[in-house]
Design a protein. Structure first.
Length: 108
């Protein structure tokens, strides 16, 4: 069995749905903003990120997209309050299957 880079580097990370925070802005093509709560990395996604006409792309991290020194938790609270990323998705299992699969691949 071949090893992936996490195995080679000794990185142990089990994917958990609660590690992701997702906002939904249905007025835009890249309607979902996905944030990895552990690393602060963020991605944008449409409803079908695997389609040739779809969108699923890294957009930056909390450090580069926020005021300097803002923690991930402070960024989450700010985004929820300001609403610029859309409405927070409370139950991630309600997301389209393709978006859930995309999140699993991102955080694996």
């Amino acid at each position: 069995m071949s090893k992936n880079w996490r195995d080679i580097l000794g990185v142990k990370k089990s994917w958990q749905l609660h590690e992701a925070v997702v906002w939904d802005n249905p007025d835009t093509f890249d309607r979902y903003t996905i944030l990895d709560r552990q690393t602060g990395d963020m991605w944008g996604s449409c409803t079908n990120p695997f389609s040739p006409q779809g969108f699923g792309q890294y957009v930056g991290d909390v450090e580069s997209l926020s005021r300097k020194g803002m923690s991930v938790e402070d960024y989450i609270a700010s985004a929820d309050k300001e609403g610029h990323l859309g409405k927070r998705v409370e139950d991630l299992t309600t997301l389209p299957d393709a978006v859930q699969k995309y999140i699993k691949q991102l955080l694996a």
